[in-house]
Write a protein of this length. Structure first.
Length: 303
């Protein structure tokens, strides 16, 4: 190798090292407080950094992508924000930050698959698998959040009538609303409903009015039953209706809706089971009829 080739290789290596060092410095540089960031924003970002190492390493790039607002349509952004809120995943960042983080995670995982496939000698399979993962990982992550939010909301709906009835019984016995709510929280301490009601209790204890705490509860869950409950409580308070009476009526209405939902689900299950039932019936008929038909077919066609 000539002296010129050695010098060229060294210069090329130094240039590559400088580029890699610059990229790593930009991506891993500690984030400083920017003008206009309040204490809550700094606390939120710190929580996201602790929760996700990818966000911590690639925060400048994620901020740039999230600020562009081009990662998703406004409707999908609102939908993802609602799902994250219902799933109680408060350390995932904003919807744009979450999606940008998952895109980077997908690219890194896909690149890893491509490298492993190339080292194993199956470079084409590794390349295809890596590209598929890089493209579909963010959508899969959003689907996971959606499923988690749906399951959590279903658990809250099923437990809500019991919690309301408990609060109603305690208020009829002479307890106050906040004391009754605290009891409901203790009875559902490991349940999603207990976690949401605990937020209401903490907000009231911190000085917020019951109206504002319930409005925040309604906004967090964005559910029809919760909205009807909050509306009934606020309306009853305006009209002077005893809160225990309002809660009793709401509990009965929710139980009625749950029974109607169960009847509807049973009817839908009955319709959905028709096709599998037909397949089983056809299979049974084939088992019975085939021994009778086979000799006839054999005699005619000589099979």
């Amino acid at each position: 190798m000539s002296q010129f080739q050695i010098i060229s290789s060294l210069l090329l290596g130094l240039a590559g090292f400088g580029l890699a060092w610059t990229l790593l410095d930009v991506l891993t540089r500690p984030r400083l407080a920017r003008p206009g960031q309040n204490k809550f924003e700094l606390t939120r970002r710190q929580a996201v950094r602790q929760n996700n190492s990818i966000y911590r390493w690639f925060e400048p790039l994620i901020d740039e992508w999230a600020a562009s607002g081009s990662l998703m349509a406004p409707e999908r952004r609102e939908q993802l924000e609602r799902q994250v809120r219902i799933a109680s995943e408060r350390n995932l960042g904003t919807p744009d930050e979450f999606l940008a983080t998952k895109i980077i995670e997908g690219i890194l995982i896909g690149l890893g698959f491509a490298i492993v496939g190339a080292l194993a000698g199956f470079w084409l399979i590794g390349l295809v698998a890596g590209a598929f993962i890089a493209v579909s990982y963010s959508e899969l992550s959003r689907s996971t959040i959606s499923d988690r939010a749906t399951r959590r909301m279903m658990r809250i709906r099923l437990r809500l009538p019991h919690a309301i009835e408990l609060v109603c019984l305690m208020m009829e016995a002479g307890a106050g609303f906040q004391d009754s709510l605290e009891t409901a929280v203790r009875e559902n301490v490991d349940h999603p409903l207990g976690q949401e009601l605990n937020v209401v209790v903490q907000q009231i204890a911190a000085g917020r009015t019951r109206h504002d705490a319930l409005a925040d509860f309604q906004q967090r869950l964005s559910d029809e039953d919760v909205s009807e409950l909050v509306f009934a409580i606020n309306k009853g308070e305006e009209l002077g209706t005893p809160l225990a009476v309002t809660l009793r009526n709401q509990s009965e209405q929710m139980r009625l809706k749950r029974s109607q939902w169960g009847e509807k689900a049973a009817g839908e299950a009955q319709v959905k089971i028709v096709f599998p039932g037909m397949l089983i019936m056809i299979a049974c008929l084939l088992v019975i009829v085939t021994p009778l038909i086979y000799p006839l077919v054999n005699s005619i066609f000589g099979i």
